[in-house]
Design a protein around this ligand. Structure first.
Ligand SMILES: *[C@@H]1O[C@H](CO)[C@@H](O)[C@H](O)[C@H]1NC(C)=O
Length: 409
């Protein structure tokens, strides 16, 4: 019991033993060299772990489409084929339009073949179910000279959306102008995709390409689709979603001029490429009018469009020489000393105390027990004991991790 208590009330302090042995000395230095090489070479130079990454980017994207198209014998301008018209980062260029004019509220036959009928009995099954173009009434009525279809109540006449139309091929030559401005709030760094080297003359004439005009902010629709590995005709026929990604990977260790946008293009709805169910992208909208007698009528438009979406992906890196990163820098050094240097020590200790010739001797030197009585004895007999110990401590600390860190830091 008493032994337990005395064992518990003890204090353990680290004692440094300088081992003058070639074997362990070489192992120690090699391990240290490996650790330093790892840190300097991999962590600092290659991975740049000392840098801070700002991902909370603030940005704006504005777009403008230019070009004229011919569709159904009429010229289409931007106001007609781009929707929404605000020039935001998401916009749609209409490539195909099915218009159903002069629709009014009333009763009329369905237009789809699925609703073909010869008798009212064929139509009752559609009751209380959503129809193609309106609410089914359960009656079979005349559609044209050869065909009867089930009647609906809704906007009439019903849209015929299966007629074959050709897409507006001029879209291929339309251009998209993108104005992008970014700010990294952490470093208060601002930049835009209009690089200082770009002149007004250049902007008027350039078209983006991956070789010579990598920073031209004007993109030909046909090129964008080609860079996204798509076929323009197919895409214009069915519609789809194309992403124009703007990347800002800036290393502020380097000059500001090297912080430039990079553009990449992908088809975002890649799933509908492979899937024949609901391929592409289309949507309906209507323009409403009023007759003299107050009745509403409308033009229904069914548009197939290519949706362009310009997201940003970005991050920036920061220089270690600047004040704000010093806390981070010192943390790295802390982990350097506490963790990695001690790993070298642990390895050497294992070898020294277990595998080296004379391991028992080393063990005895390393773990020493000192009690008050021993110290008092030696004090009374030999006053030199203390001062010798101090000299020893100072000498040994030359090789301790903390001192070396000071040198490397
Ligand atoms: C697009 O422009 C090129 C060159 O200006 C022209 O040869 C081509 O016919 C145009 N394509 C369409 C679909 O208008």
């Amino acid at each position: 019991m008493w032994t337990c208590i005395t064992e518990f009330f003890t204090y353990e302090t680290t004692k440094s033993v300088v081992v003058k042995s070639w074997t362990i000395g070489i192992i120690n230095r090699v391990v240290q060299l490996l650790i330093i090489t790892y840190f300097i070479g991999w962590v600092f130079v290659y991975e740049k772990a000392y840098q801070i990454r700002d991902t909370a980017i603030e940005s704006s994207v504005m777009t403008k489409v230019k070009g004229f198209g011919l569709y159904n014998n009429r010229v289409m301008d931007v106001a007609e084929y781009v929707t929404p018209s605000q020039g935001a980062s998401v916009f749609c260029i209409i490539t195909k339009l099915i218009t159903t004019e002069n629709q009014v509220q009333g009763y009329c036959p369905e237009s789809e073949m699925k609703y073909k009928c010869t008798h009212d009995n064929n139509c009752t099954k559609f009751l209380n179910k959503p129809g193609g173009n309106g609410l089914p009434t359960g009656r079979c009525v005349r559609f044209n000279d050869t065909l009867n279809t089930c009647e609906i109540r809704g906007w009439c006449p019903a849209e015929i959306d299966y007629i074959k139309t050709h897409p507006m091929m001029e879209v291929e030559n339309f251009t998209i102008f993108i104005k992008n401005s970014i700010r990294f709030p952490l470093f208060n760094f601002t930049k835009g995709n209009f690089l200082p080297t770009i002149t007004p003359q250049y902007i008027k004439a350039c078209n983006f390409d991956h070789e010579n005009n990598t920073y031209c902010p004007i993109f030909r629709v046909g090129d964008v689709i080609r860079y996204a590995h798509q076929n323009f005709t197919t895409l214009a026929q069915k519609g789809g979603v194309i992403g124009i990604k703007i990347g800002w990977m800036c290393d502020l260790d380097k000059s500001e001029d090297e912080c430039n946008p990079s553009y990449s293009f992908t088809r975002l709805d890649a799933m509908s490429e492979k899937n024949s169910v609901s391929p592409g992208y289309n949507f309906r909208y209507a323009e409403y009018y009023k007759m003299d007698n107050g009745t509403d009528y409308r033009t229904l438009l069914n548009a197939v469009c290519i949706l362009f979406f310009s997201p940003l992906f970005s991050s920036t890196l920061f220089s270690p020489l600047l004040i704000s990163s010093i806390p981070f820098y010192s943390t790295t050094l802390f982990s350097f000393s506490a963790l990695d240097w001690s790993q070298g020590t642990v390895l050497c200790d294992i070898i020294l105390l277990n595998f080296l010739k004379g391991a028992e001797q080393y063990k005895a030197r390393k773990f020493e027990e000192v009690s008050d009585t021993q110290i008092e004895d030696s004090l009374s007999s030999n006053g030199l004991y203390r001062s010798r110990e101090f000299i020893g401590v100072e000498k040994q600390s030359n090789d301790s991790g903390a001192f070396s860190i000071g040198q490397y830091g």
